[in-house]
Ligand binder design. Structure first.
Ligand code: ADP
Ligand code: ZN
Length: 215
């Protein structure tokens, strides 16, 4: 199965993708996490990527598409869920040339939940698992349930950069929905309560994929 999980920053893409991949036996490819790793290197590419991440702006398409190609090629046959890609029409078209997508999961989340989630978000410094200090707490404070590493706040989860990322999502990424609506089944997933357990959302997504004959 080849899926895209689509939604605003903080809509839960990473949280659900990480659960869906285990349930479906596919890999999750999260471009944001890939870039955060890449930014730690000491190369000029890393410097460039870092400068965009810090501002909450999109990494340029040519860089993103190169990175995606490298990761996707090996996974096309096994199935995958793309988290954070595509974010522009150019990226969507590049993907079309690489693989056919079975469905887009669209997470619809009100703004206030997004702000609440992003400002209280913590991620594992090692495996990237996502937590929220109010609504999705780790079992031990500041510690990853999965690998025991320390949890950190992302450098781009500050109020100013959060606002910028939401603005960019609305302007550059959201219009992509129309592109997919004309081509691929969309599983729309509305989330109006902040304490909805991720497992319930994931169960709902799986049911809907089943109804499309995809599982
Ligand atoms: P979120 O969805 O919460 O904003 P991500 O981890 O998906 O977080 O992305 C973090 C950052 O990585 C983005 O703000 C952007 O700078 C960069 N990035 C990730 N994916 C892409 C992409 N497909 N195109 C351009 N930039 C990207
Ligand atoms: Zn971890």
């Amino acid at each position: 199965m080849r899926l895209i999980i689509f939604g605003a920053p903080g809509s839960g893409k990473g949280t659900y993708a990480s659960r869906l991949k285990s349930k479906l036996g596919i890999v999750a490819i999260a471009t944001g996490a890939i870039f955060r790793e890449l930014a730690k290197e000491e190369t000029s590419l890393a410097e460039t990527v870092k400068s965009f991440l810090e501002l909450g702006q999109l990494v340029p398409d040519d860089i993103v598409i190169d990175v995606l190609k490298g990761r996707l090629m090996k996974k096309v046959l096994e199935g995958f869920i793309l988290d954070g890609y595509p974010r522009t029409l150019v990226q969507a078209k590049a993907l079309d040339a690489l693989a056919s997508i079975d469905a887009v999961i669209h997470l619809v989340v009100p703004d206030w939940i997004i702000i609440e989630r992003l400002s209280n978000r913590r991620i594992c410094s090692k495996c990237g698992e996502v937590y929220n200090i109010r609504f999705l707490k780790p079992r031990r404070p500041e510690t990853c349930d999965k690998c025991g590493e320390k949890l950190l706040q992302r450098a781009d989860d500050t109020p100013k950069v959060i606002r910028e990322r939401i603005k960019i999502y609305e302007k550059q990424t959201q219009p992509l929905l129309q592109y997919y609506e004309e081509r691929i089944p969309i599983v729309r997933c509305k989330c109006d309560s902040i304490d909805m357990p991720p497992e319930a959302v994931v169960a709902n997504i799986l049911e809907r994929l089943e109804a499309l004959d995809l599982t």
